[in-house]
Every structure is written in C-alpha cells, then in structure tokens.
Design a protein around this ligand. Structure first.
Ligand code: CA
Length: 233
C-alpha cells in the first residue's frame, strides 16, 4: 500500500471496474462516484489525495466541478476527456486542473500521470530549493549554475531559452499551457507571446539536436502547451 486515496468521478461503469483493479493492484485506495453531485459529496466526506475527473458527466459539466473544488481545495486533479477539442483541455488546466488524459487511454499512461502529479505536488510542498539538478536520459540541468548539458556536452542556451527549459523541468511530467509558460518566463503576455515561445522552443530543440516528431525531452501537447518528459510508458 502506498496510502494514497484517489477519488474517480466517472460515469462509465466499465472504465471504473477496470480502474478499480488497476489502482488496487498498484497499492492505491480508489473510490468512485458516477455523477458530479455524488462526487462532490464524496470529496467532502473522504478527503482524497487526488481526483480523477471525467469532463463528460451526466449531471454537471466537469469544468464546473473543477471551479467548485478549487474554491476550497488544492487537491491535485487529473481530467479525463473524450473530447479532442484542445479548448476544453486548456480551460480545465486554466481552471486549476493539474493534468489531463485523453480517452481512450492506456492504464500505464494514467498511472504514470498519477505518479507524476503526486510527485509534483510533493515537490511544490517541499519547495524548489531542495533540488539541485534535473536528469532525464543523457540531459542534466544544474539549476544553480543555470547550465544544461546533453551527453556531457554543454548546450549553449540564451537566458530566455534556459528559463523556458527550467520552468518545464521544475514541473516535469506536467503539461504547462502556453499561457502558463509565458507568464512564468516573461511575467507578462501580449498577442505575440505564444509565437515568441514557439520560436524559442524551435531553437531549444535545434540545440538539443532533436528532429520534428522525435522529441524525447520536451514533448508537444498540440494546441495546449509543452511537457518535460519524466516517465516512460
Ligand atoms: Ca462520461
């Protein structure tokens, strides 16, 4: 047992049955609610460590649940969305969801997102200063020295490029929306901000020696943002 309690608000019974087995096998305690209303009641009475929330519920829009929960709790929320519409994902993240998984999804993918989300929240609680470096495959980021190396060779980044890489690394495993990254790196945003971010990202990838469609370090979340890789599945 890892002692984490998860509440899943999801109306599809076969997904719930499958998830019950998967999560219990992996040492989690998992509870289910099949409507938004039941979900809110269970959330208040069971105090879960993490919430997995389907956006398409029979009684309320999942986005409304995020809003309601964020008024009183910082509990990590992973959204399940059958919708391919990027707008819903961005909106869910902007409302305070920590991550999303698109249906249909693999169990190992969802488990990896749950692990990454719980880990990210532990790190936030412990503070950023507790970490000196970030390692992923052959890449090492030394926060104090503001240096990035790949296979032992230093990658020469501009200040802005480094700031982007650092923000993503500090939230490794979590998708950050374009707007979030822009706000964290530049502190302000205007109509050209996303384009500016994308241009910087293209340069970062060139310096990392990555070809389009073969990204290992920083993953594209099409129409949503970027994610620093941290878990293989
Ligand atoms: Ca549903």
């Amino acid at each position: 047992m890892n002692s984490y309690k998860i509440l899943m608000i999801e109306d599809e019974e076969n997904i719930c049955n499958f998830m019950k087995m998967t999560f219990e096998t992996n040492g989690y305690q998992i509870l289910f609610a099949n409507t938004g209303k039941n979900g809110m009641t269970m959330f208040s009475s069971h105090h879960p460590n993490l919430l997995i929330l389907d956006l398409g519920l029979p009684d309320v829009d999942g986005l409304e649940i995020i809003k309601e929960i964020r008024q009183k709790s910082e509990v990590p929320i992973i959204v399940l969305s059958a919708r391919t519409d990027e707008k819903d994902k961005v909106e869910a993240l902007d409302l305070g969801a920590n991550d999303y998984v698109t249906k249909p999804f693999g169990t190992s993918e969802l488990l990896a997102r749950v692990r990454a989300t719980l880990r990210n929240c532990r790190i936030q609680e412990g503070g950023v200063g507790t970490r000196e470096k970030f390692c992923l495959y052959d890449m090492v980021i030394q926060y104090e020295a503001r240096k990035v190396s790949i296979a032992g060779k230093e990658v020469r980044l501009t200040q802005t490029e480094y700031n982007i890489v650092e923000v993503l690394a500090l939230h490794a495993g979590k998708v950050l929306t374009y707007a979030e990254i822009v706000k964290k790196v530049w502190g302000y945003s205007d109509s050209g901000s996303v384009k500016k971010l994308q241009v910087n990202m293209a340069n970062i990838r060139k310096k990392f020696g990555e070809k389009p469609g073969e990204y290992h370090y920083i993953l594209n979340e099409l129409g949503v943002g970027y994610r620093m890789n941290d878990d293989k599945w």
